[in-house]
Design a protein around this ligand. Structure first.
Ligand SMILES: [Zn+2]
Ligand SMILES: [Zn+2]
Length: 241
């Protein structure tokens, strides 16, 4: 089984170094789509859940990077899903672009990861262009799974969003606002590190038991406390946009 249940109705589909997530509320919602070439694995995981591509009614992208948007076009074609994304990053996806310039987060490990990513960036700088159907805004409650909250978390990219499902004590889909590859940490790269720190301070004020990351293992139970321990002292910005 490639789809792993995290809490009832929420599944992680690991594609190696990047994760996508499925919310099953009758109709299915996919959060992120992996690199190009991942569609067949994602659809196979849905079939293992006893579902068909047409059951996939919504696809939400946390941000524009190719490891999250790479298989969007293919999955859209296979499923006919409605696509949700923040307008700032949706503009890039509409042009088939995968990134704007980024800088490493502080620390030697991040510098190393940054160099590795720069070396292979040319291979993932573009994606198949897709027009986003629904441009989401900070604070918006999407009519998905009884109400899925959009939290703008700029930093890693300017149009990055996280998503909060209130059920099960709160399930936060972090995207790449933070990672959990080697413990809970900053993402290795940022378009705007200051904004990214403010966004993490913002996430640390929320209530959630479970945190799901683009990269690394999900935290099941007590997730918000870990965020508060790490980023609770970073004052949230006065305005979040
Ligand atoms: Zn990213
Ligand atoms: Zn990523």
């Amino acid at each position: 089984m490639t789809a792993k249940q995290l809490v009832p109705g929420v599944y992680a589909i690991s594609l190696g170094f990047v994760n996508t997530f499925v919310i099953d509320a009758g109709e299915l919602t996919l959060i992120d789509t992996g690199l190009a070439g991942s569609a067949s694995r994602i659809l196979a995981a849905l079939r293992q859940l006893g579902r068909q591509p047409a059951d996939l009614q919504h696809i939400i992208l946390t941000h524009c990077h190719a490891d999250h948007t790479g298989s969007l076009r293919k999955l859209q074609q296979e499923s006919g899903a409605i696509i949700f994304m923040h307008p700032v990053d949706a503009a890039l996806v509409g042009e088939g672009q995968a990134s704007r310039p980024v800088r490493p987060a502080p620390g030697l490990m991040n510098a190393v990861v940054f160099q590795l990513m720069m070396m292979r960036q040319s291979s993932v700088a573009t994606v198949e262009p897709v027009t986003v159907d629904h441009e989401v805004q900070d604070g918006e409650e999407l009519p998905i799974a009884g109400g899925l909250q959009v939290i703008a978390t700029p930093g890693h990219t300017v149009g990055h969003i996280s998503l909060l499902l209130p059920q099960h004590g709160g399930v936060l889909f972090v995207g790449d606002a933070a990672g959990n590859m080697f413990g809970l940490s900053y993402s290795p790269i940022y378009e705007d590190l200051d904004a990214g720190q403010h966004s993490l301070g913002q996430l640390a004020t929320l209530e959630f038991d479970v945190a799901c990351f683009g990269h690394g293992r999900a935290i099941i139970g007590g997730a918000a406390a870990q965020f508060r321990q790490k980023w609770g002292r970073i004052a949230p910005p006065i305005t979040r946009r």
